[in-house]
Design a protein around this ligand. Structure first.
Ligand code: IPM
Ligand code: MN
Length: 363
């Protein structure tokens, strides 16, 4: 018998539980096939529990998460709860408390999936954004003074220290070495592109840029280094996404460009992300929201959640199982689904899960 993994499952709100069921279905199917075990524990943090008990993600919940090998999240966001409360109280709290300092967001167009980018196909859209996930403007100091007066002042600082920048860059270089285009047989060299704004944010991105080249020259001479301003990055993501291999960037810039990336790969029904603490407990999620209006109808697309489970296995070191899930998802998008959109897939949520699980197990 292979390894055994303790997974915390947090289905969350809206359609989160429905897509999580399918991700778990696929997870169990590949676990049997690849001879490892998953022990799943459910946690009901989310809008319903908050409404019932006033509790969002208590410290005891964070402590419970620490006892697991990984966390699989469905979706956060409830129509009766003011925006921000659950996002900050669950998602951001878990990221910060568990020091998940990397947010890994592949931007990959699967076969058969429609992209809004003209004349682009799966051979053009296949890169990964490594987003710093616990620093920058998300945690910088700030405040408001003279509120409500014409002289009101609001400050929210983008703060980075060398330690935060360096550990993120090192993760990105390692990732590029292992999973860059050359390593995947898809390019001449493994490339890491730093996305910044050195022409205006001359303090913060000077730190990023110096660290990038120092670390790169010293320890990652095998990896080609590129630099892009964030605004230009948005342009190239639309015009020439094939240029990109692995990109690394700050928290806020990463947040923004990965929504753009997600839409180029077919939208929120397919985009997955990992909140990663390479030395600790990581959390994996479909990055679309809870889509409350589709709740309970069996029409929502579970592929993003299934891809999140695949990414979880990759980070846990079960690369074969992770690849198998990705191949199965590609088979389903390429040969089965009519569309990724809710209600227009040609299959129910559960049937899509069955199709992926079946192809993952039987080929
Ligand atoms: C994301 C989301 C979160 C973020 C929100 C919900 C706090 O947009 O995961 O990209 O800004 O990081
Ligand atoms: Mn976002």
């Amino acid at each position: 018998m292979g390894k055994s993994y303790n997974i915390a499952v947090m289905p969350g709100d809206g359609t989160g539980p429905e897509v999580t069921v399918e991700a778990v279905k696929v997870l169990k199917a590949v676990a049997d096939k690849f001879d490892f075990k998953v022990n799943l524990t459910d946690y009901d943090f989310g809008g319903e529990r908050y409404k019932r008990t006033g509790e969002i993600l208590p410290d005891s919940g964070v402590e419970a998460f620490r006892q697991h090998d990984a966390i699989l999240l469905g979706a956060i966001g409830h129509p009766d709860v003011k925006p921000g409360i659950l996002e900050k109280g669950i998602l951001l709290k878990a990221r910060f408390a568990l020091d998940q300092y990397i947010n890994l967001r592949p931007v990959k167009l699967f076969p058969g999936v429609e992209t809004p980018l003209k004349d682009k196909g799966p051979e053009h859209i296949d890169y990964v954004v490594v987003r710093e996930n616990t620093g920058g403007i998300y945690t910088g100091t700030g405040g408001i003074s003279m509120k409500g007066t014409p002289h009101e002042v609001a400050v929210q600082s983008m703060v980075y220290n060398r330690f935060q920048v360096e550990r993120c860059l090192r993760y990105a270089f390692e990732y590029a070495r292992k999973y860059g285009k050359k390593s995947r047989g898809k390019g001449q060299e493994n490339t890491l592109g730093l996305v910044g704004k050195t022409n205006v944010l001359t303090y913060v991105f000077d730190l990023w840029e110096r660290a990038f080249h120092e670390i790169g020259a010293a320890d990652y001479a095998d990896i080609r280094r590129d630099y892009y301003h964030v605004d230009a990055t948005c342009m190239w993501m639309v015009k020439s996404p094939e240029w990109f291999d692995v990109l690394v960037t700050s928290n806020m810039f990463g947040d923004i460009i990965t929504d753009l990336g997600a839409i180029t790969q077919g939208g929120m029904g397919i985009a997955a992300g990992g909140n990663i603490n390479p030395e600790g407990v990581s959390m994996f999620e479909p990055i679309g929201g809870s889509a409350p209006k589709y709740t309970g109808q069996g029409v929502i697309n579970p592929l993003a959640a299934i891809c999140a489970a695949g990414m979880m296995l990759q980070i846990l070191g079960e690369d074969d199982a992770a690849n198998t899930i990705e191949q199965a998802v590609m088979h389903v998008t390429g040969t089965k689904l009519k569309s990724l959109a809710a209600g227009r897939m040609g299959y129910t949520t559960s049937q899509v899960g069955d199709l992926v699980a079946d192809h993952a197990v039987n080929g």
